[in-house]
Design a protein around this ligand. Structure first.
Ligand code: NAD
Ligand code: LMR
Length: 332
């Protein structure tokens, strides 16, 4: 029997990630090839004409799974009955802008959209915040939408996770699908900690630790980490625009695995609400390793953390605590 359509909200849908993301959703890359979708697209008035263009293209693409489109500049209309919300809309940092100004604009947006989602989304709606500062926007959304269960609010660090897999695969000249269980700890920022201490590679016969296969351990502790931390900046430098196709693809991976499950023996990184595991302040939206089953994520527990890792995990937590304080000072 055909499934009922799921309603998927994409905010900032006229922007560059939105433009890459909506066709992926309409092709089934996010929710599966047998899951019909109704795509809700929200943007702001200055982007209304561009949003019309995206709507026309979605119609012209004749996607079999796409059962309807809601394109609007009204947040209430956009949020009505949505089962999945991908929050991409936001104010990007301009060259002359202070971080505090960027933070101030975005946390105000996320406070307002928290109310629209909490009042109008479907019960059990799953939320993924992509827009930067992603962890702190998600934190504000969680705090101003108290009736949305906190386990349903997340932020995107899967792009960083995929970048880490990509770097190991390039280094070892193996296919990226043969690398698994890297971890991104913390903030989607340059303080994030990409950790390979539990990552493994498929040699054809068995899965071997990355640390056994990469002969230069120093590279793993230095250049590998900074390359992943700085990858977003490197893409902005090369493209003069921030990452879009990889960000859209990672958003699909994040939601796909959350709803449809992670493969046995594999974990992924998601920014989720800390419960105090690994000594991270409870309530922060922090990236952890998780496995997913039947639409629920569970944190991977009991991993051995050495001193080097602990210092890096705490440094990125410290940045998130500072961001939280800055966000609240902007809202006051
Ligand atoms: P963009 O500027 O091309 O698009 C942003 C869109 O959001 C624009 O269309 C804008 O009109 C819209 N918008 C602004 N305020 C809005 C509001 N109140 N409601 C709805 N829409 C609104 O930017 P982009 O390249 O698509 O990136 C979007 C965000 O994603 C940025 O914050 C970027 O830094 C972030 N990003 C995050 C990751 C990640 O891994 N977490 C990766 C790449 C980019
Ligand atoms: C990325 O990781 O590619 C982006 O978050 C970079 C940015 O600042 O938009």
């Amino acid at each position: 029997m055909a499934k009922d359509p799921m309603r998927v909200l994409v905010t900032g849908a006229a922007g560059q990630i939105g433009y890459a993301l909506v066709p992926m959703i309409a092709r089934g890359a996010m929710l599966g090839p047998d899951q019909p979708v109704i795509i809700h697209m929200l943007d702001i008035e200055p982007a209304a004409e561009a949003l019309k263009g995206v709507t026309m293209e979605l119609i012209d693409a004749a996607f079999p799974l796409l059962k309807g489109i809601v394109a609007t500049t009204n947040a209430v209309e956009a949020c009505k009955g949505v089962n999945v919300a991908i929050m991409v809309g936001g104010f990007p940092r301009k060259e002359e802008m202070e971080r505090k100004d960027m933070m101030s604009k975005n946390v105000s947006i996320y406070k307002a959209q928290a109310s629209a989602l909490e009042q109008h989304a479907a019960p059990n709606c799953k939320v993924l915040v992509v827009a930067n500062p992603a962890n702190t926007n998600a934190l504000i959304l969680k705090e101003f939408a108290p009736s949305i269960q906190e386990k349903n609010i997340s932020c995107l660090t899967r792009l960083d996770h995929n970048r880490a897999l990509g770097q190991i695969s390039e280094r070892l000249k193996v296919h990226v699908g043969d690398v698994k269980n890297v971890i991104i700890w913390g903030n989607h920022s340059s303080t994030q900690y990409p950790d390979v201490n539990h990552a493994t590679v498929n040699t054809g016969k068995e899965w071997k630790p990355v640390r056994e296969l990469v002969s230069d351990g120093q590279w793993l502790n230095t250049e590998f980490i900074t390359t992943v931390q700085q990858r977003g900046a490197a893409i902005i430098k090369a493209r003069k625009l921030s990452s879009a196709l990889s960000a859209a693809s990672a958003a699909c991976d994040h939601m796909h695995d959350w709803i449809l499950g992670t493969p046995k023996g594999t974990w992924v990184s998601m920014g989720v609400c800390s419960d105090g595991s690994y000594g991270i302040q409870p309530g922060l939206i922090y990236s952890f390793p998780v496995t997913c089953e039947k639409g629920e994520w569970s944190m991977v527990q009991g991993l051995q953390i050495d001193e080097f890792s602990k210092a890096k995990m705490d440094a990125t937590a410290k940045e998130l605590i500072e961001e939280k304080a800055l966000a609240y000072s902007c809202l006051n």
